[in-house]
Design a protein around this ligand. Structure first.
Ligand code: ADP
Length: 240
């Protein structure tokens, strides 16, 4: 049974960190659309040039561009046993396209994890967040300004879209366009299981709760009364 996971949550909720941990633990690729776009910007491709202005304004890159990017990525052989998506889908049309792509790709169910963090904590995290200017890795929280990246030796920088005005705009866009996804996954997506995760806890506690959600979903998926695998449908809270 493939493990297909998406992480929903505002900028700064910790989706990228938790997506990376989950992907490593279960041996599936982490696919971050934000990282992919930043790579395109660094490489100076046409997509990178198109995306940069949009990202720096805190707006969303058009759905058709993002769907094409994710479709290409999901067609690679390493997604046959699943994936963890970070940053996609971000709109209801993207979510509907993802349902279709999964049917074409590996026919698994989808586990949607909504990571919840209060607004003041999001601002605090984004204000101190640093990434490597060379490879794009996130610096561990609390990394000193003069530290260098342990993966490639690059210097840490502030993301150009992490300044206060752009963060406000990204949060506004999140509320308007991405929050409706919660209703989509909680109520209407044909093949998904939905969990809420309290992201305002120590990193390892959040990881443990995500792992519990994955294991519960996998158990439910294996319990078809007729002996066949079935996809669990439902809504669960793991917020304590
Ligand atoms: P964060 O989750 O911190 O907002 P990301 O690194 O996921 O940041 O994304 C950065 C930017 O990339 C977004 O603000 C947006 O402009 C663009 N982007 C990433 N994923 C998508 C998507 N699925 N649809 C549209 N735009 C996207």
């Amino acid at each position: 049974m493939p493990l297909n996971v998406i992480m929903l949550g505002p900028p700064g909720a910790g989706k990228g960190t938790q997506a990376g941990r989950l992907a490593r633990e279960y041996g599936v690729p982490k696919i971050s659309t934000g990282d992919s776009l930043r790579e395109e910007v660094t490489r100076g491709t046409e997509l990178g040039r198109l995306a940069k202005a949009t990202m720096d304004a805190g707006h969303l890159v058009p759905d058709d561009v993002m769907v094409a990017l994710v479709r290409d990525r999901l067609l690679r052989p390493d997604t046959a046993s699943g994936f963890v998506l970070d940053g996609f889908p971000r709109t209801v049309p993207q979510a509907m396209e993802l349902d279709t792509l999964i049917q074409e790709r590996n026919h698994g169910g989808l586990l949607a994890l909504q990571v919840i963090v209060p607004l003041d904590e999001l601002f605090r995290r984004l204000y101190i967040r640093r990434i490597c200017g060379l490879c794009g890795s996130d610096a561990a929280p609390g990394t000193l300004d003069d530290a260098v990246c342990s993966k490639c030796g690059g210097e840490f920088i502030h993301r150009t879209d992490d300044n206060e005005d752009v963060v406000r705009e990204r949060l506004r866009v999140f509320e308007a366009q991405t929050e409706p996804l919660v209703a989509y996954y909680a109520n209407s997506s044909p093949t998904s299981t939905f969990f809420k995760i309290n992201g305002n806890q120590p990193l390892d506690t959040v990881t443990a709760q995500i792992r519990a959600a994955v294991e519960q979903t996998q158990r439910a998926a294996g319990q078809g009364a007729d002996g066949t695998q079935r996809v669990a449908l439902g809504r669960q809270d793991v917020t304590s």
